[in-house]
Design a protein around this ligand. Structure first.
Ligand code: AMP
Ligand code: FES
Ligand code: ZN
Ligand code: ZN
Length: 321
């Protein structure tokens, strides 16, 4: 197996690109894919201050590393979700990554700073843990970006993640979600710009990137995401990809170029009005809370219920959602 560029020994084969690469040219390939995603979707401008949300997993640590290599000014943001046996481990990987490279990392710990954890919040609002987790992360990412005056929040969602979510949204013809499924969401109504610089790279490519560049990451998945239906969509897409390499990227990229502009127009027409949350001032579409008499955002409502709830320990869920 020889590198497509230099004919030296290759370390990875990429059937969807009909290519093999040596370490040096694979790293360059990954950088080029990120450069292209940033340019095609106008994610970042030179000089932008970026807040990289890092979980301790391969994707977000690789994204932090690549954005820095490309010259962006990027600080990290880690949220401690209070998931026993998982959050503490993920934090070590993030801390070590940042310390070894002298990078600035902001840590927000849900239990000690907000008085609740994800398993308890999920039980309190009777939702699956991933929903409570998503509400918390989105809220804290936005708040940290506003507080730190960052130009954009970046996440490590890769092509597999995005194609799987797209697949689910298409299966259910969920037009509202389809309209929001963009690799870049512009800053609007007090929300920061959100970017996903890894949308042209796969899970396997990101794992390989970490191995060849010496990034240590948390391999274990969150114990509460077992049974997440997106895992099934990923399997289905991988089966298709194996038969015809390139299908996954064609599905995702084709949606972005041909369909997204159409659904976006429809959704923009009925954008709900935002009001500030009376508790935290975050923009929200929540109506006036009957108990409180003023609008309270989803995060603050969930936090209130979670703080009143008896603590719940981690129980992997098999429920579909
Ligand atoms: P997930 O929702 O776990 O698939 O993660 C998607 C992206 O969200 C990751 O690539 C990270 O950029 C970000 N993320 C997930 N968990 C955390 C966390 N605990 N702290 C900060 N960012 C996170
Ligand atoms: Fe959010 Fe597992 S990381 S529920
Ligand atoms: Zn080479
Ligand atoms: Zn609030």
């Amino acid at each position: 197996m020889k590198c497509r560029v230099c004919r030296g020994p290759a370390v990875i084969d990429l059937p969807r690109h009909n290519a093999n690469f040596c370490t040096e040219h694979f790293v360059k390939f990954c950088h080029d894919q990120v450069i292209r995603a940033i340019k095609d979707y106008r994610m970042l401008e030179p000089g932008d201050r970026v807040l990289m949300a890092v979980s301790g997993g391969k994707d977000s640590l690789a994204a932090w590393s690549i954005l820095r290599e490309l010259g962006y000014d990027v600080d990290g943001l880690y949220i401690g979700l209070g998931i026993e046996g998982y959050s503490d481990v993920s934090r070590v990987f993030v801390d070590e990554f940042a310390t070894a490279r002298g990078l600035k990392l902001r840590v927000i710990d849900l239990p000690s700073e907000h008085g609740f954890d994800v398993p308890t919040a999920a039980a309190a609002v009777r939702k699956v843990p991933c929903a409570a987790c998503g509400t918390s992360k989105r809220h804290l990412f936005d708040e940290a970006a506003r507080d730190g005056r960052y130009d954009a929040v970046a996440t490590g969602h890769n092509l597999d993640d995005e194609a799987a979510v797209l697949f689910g949204n298409v299966l259910h013809w969920d037009v509202d979600y389809l309209a929001r499924q963009r690799p870049v969401l512009e800053a609007v109504d007090g929300f920061p710009r959100k970017v996903k610089p890894l949308v042209r790279l796969t899970e396997r490519e990101m794992a390989a990137y970490c191995v060849v560049t010496g990034i240590d990451y948390q391999v274990d998945e969150c114990p509460m995401s077992v049974g997440n239906r997106h895992l099934g969509y990923k399997d289905a897409l991988n089966a298709i990809e194996q038969r015809s390499p390139g299908s996954k990227a064609a599905f995702y990229v084709g949606f972005q170029s041909r369909i997204a502009p159409l659904v976006q127009e429809a959704a923009a027409a009925d954008r709900p009005e935002m009001v500030p949350c009376s508790n935290c001032a975050a923009p929200t579409t929540a109506p006036v809370d009957p108990g409180a008499g003023f609008p309270i955002c989803g995060f603050c409502r969930m936090a209130d219920k979670a703080r009143d709830h008896v603590p719940v320990s981690v129980r992997p869920t098999r429920k579909r959602h």
